[in-house]
Design a protein around this ligand. Structure first.
Ligand code: IMP
Length: 433
């Protein structure tokens, strides 16, 4: 029996999941995305060519691999069609390989506007969202007035009622707003027509594939610290990016998940607002940002940069049951004389080593650091662990000790080939069976 694995972010997103998923894809028959929307940006380099995917799993870059978008994902049809066209320009066709859940919710044309409005209303307390309408679409889903993919393909009178109801809810949210529901209705009908060939019962497809002995990779977007339940609330996205999202967002049972791989950068970044205990400023932050090219793949925003936070990754390991970590961007630290690891936080209530729920505690937290010598020599492109400089090996081993999770994969560059898969690791086992 093949092992199905979940690949998800262990920090605040942008850990390099796209590259890891892309690299592992040849071992899987299908890649299934379980939450989020086009707020995600997965950058993949194939033979020097850059692809940025927002909605469609990066597995699409591999011929023959089925890519599924689960019910837990919110879909902006414009973004979906733009991505399909972009792939077509790169010579990749999605037909027959792309399956979109009939239960997935649609991001309506005005959700983006509501996102921007809600941020403006929050003022100083803004979340720093991607302004893609993600939050408002999930609000409509939870508020039981959302429009699903199957609604676009079903009875038109029922759809007209649903759109009218949704638009009037929107009008109640904006003072003096009288948006007409009819053009929205016409637009969503057109979306449905265009999406029709890809629509499927994704849960059923996955169950059939797994019963056939085919291996599936469950692909997360955003990350554990951006999870609506387990992240740094309210500075989070509106879905379950952590492991529970796999079951609810795809309609698969927990026992279908045979392994969990967390992706973590060798340092920490985040975009948007909210506390980031190990955040750096000044020349060192600029250096990490430039050498790691830390700019949002979706919005181009500069990312905030900091040292590796072991409290965060240990927390992610617990919440998700990580079997292994894929440590990315080790090469970005290559020319630093010293590297720091945060192992706890000093707070007004003493030193803590477990991630706190209360952001007031986190905001005032001062990191407790372990300092290690840097390696001041290139790791870029190294493909065997033993070939890494001794100090780099010691750094990775120390991260394993303080988080309790094996770094089965170490990424040493942006290309697929610039990767170490450790011998005897869980990842090697998953890929060999
Ligand atoms: P939203 O998902 O657009 O509502 O944004 C909520 C928070 O999640 C903001 O801090 C965003 O910057 C962050 N976020 C959303 N998607 C990503 C991502 O793909 N990578 C990193 N941060 C993200």
């Amino acid at each position: 029996m093949k092992t199905n694995i979940a690949v998800l972010g262990a920090q605040w997103g942008d850990e390099g999941k796209g590259k890891i998923v892309d690299m592992l894809t040849p071992h899987f028959a299908a890649v299934a995305r379980y939450q989020g929307g086009h707020n995600a940006g997965h950058t993949v380099y194939v033979n020097g060519k850059k692809f940025v995917l927002h909605l469609i799993p990066s597995g699409i870059l591999h011929p023959g691999v089925t890519c599924l978008i689960g019910n837990g994902v919110v879909i902006d049809p414009h973004a979906l069609f733009a991505e399909v066209e972009e792939l077509a320009r790169g010579g990749i066709t999605v037909d027959g390989r792309l399956k979109i859940s009939e239960k997935a919710h649609i991001i309506l044309p005005y959700h983006r506007e509501l996102d921007v409005l809600s941020e403006a209303r929050r003022g100083e307390r803004k979340i720093g969202t991607t302004s893609r309408g993600i939050g408002p679409a999930y609000e409509d889903k939870i508020g039981r007035r959302g429009i699903r993919v199957c609604d676009l393909l079903g009875d038109r009178t029922a759809l007209a009622d649903e759109v009218r109801e949704n638009v009037s809810a929107r009008n109640r949210m904006i003072i003096d707003s009288t948006l007409d529901w009819k053009p929205v209705f016409e637009q969503v009908v057109a979306f449905g027509e265009r999406m029709k060939p890809w629509v499927a019962d994704v849960s059923l497809c996955l169950h059939a594939m797994m019963a056939d002995g085919k291996a599936v990779m469950f692909e997360g977007a955003q990350a554990t610290l951006l999870d609506i339940d387990h992240g740094t609330y309210p500075f989070v996205t509106s879905s379950n990016a952590s492991i529970g999202g796999v079951c609810t967002g795809l309609g698969v049972p927990a026992r279908a998940i045979g392994g969990v791989l967390g992706v973590a950068k060798a340092y920490t970044t985040r975009v948007g607002e909210g506390p980031l205990p190990t955040e750096l400023s000044g020349a060192l932050a600029d250096r990490l940002r430039e050498s790691g090219q830390e700019y949002g793949a979706s919005t181009g925003r500069p990312r905030r940069c900091g040292w590796y936070d072991a409290v965060v990754v240990r927390y992610s390991a617990r919440v998700n049951g990580l079997d292994a970590v894929a440590l990315t961007k080790l090469d970005v630290l290559d020319d630093l004389p010293e590297v720091l690891i945060c192992t706890g936080y000093k707070t007004s209530a003493g030193t803590i080593t477990e991630f706190p729920a209360d952001l007031r505690i986190l905001s005032g937290a001062e990191p407790v650091y372990e300092r290690m010598p840097g390696w001041s020599s290139p790791t870029k492109g190294v493909t065997e662990f033993d070939r890494l400089p001794a100090e780099a090996q010691r750094y990775v081993k120390r991260l394993e000790d303080v988080t309790g999770v094996d770094c089965a994969i170490v990424s040493t560059g942006s290309d697929r080939r610039e990767t170490i898969i450790k011998k005897g690791s869980a990842v090697e086992r998953w890929l060999s069976n």
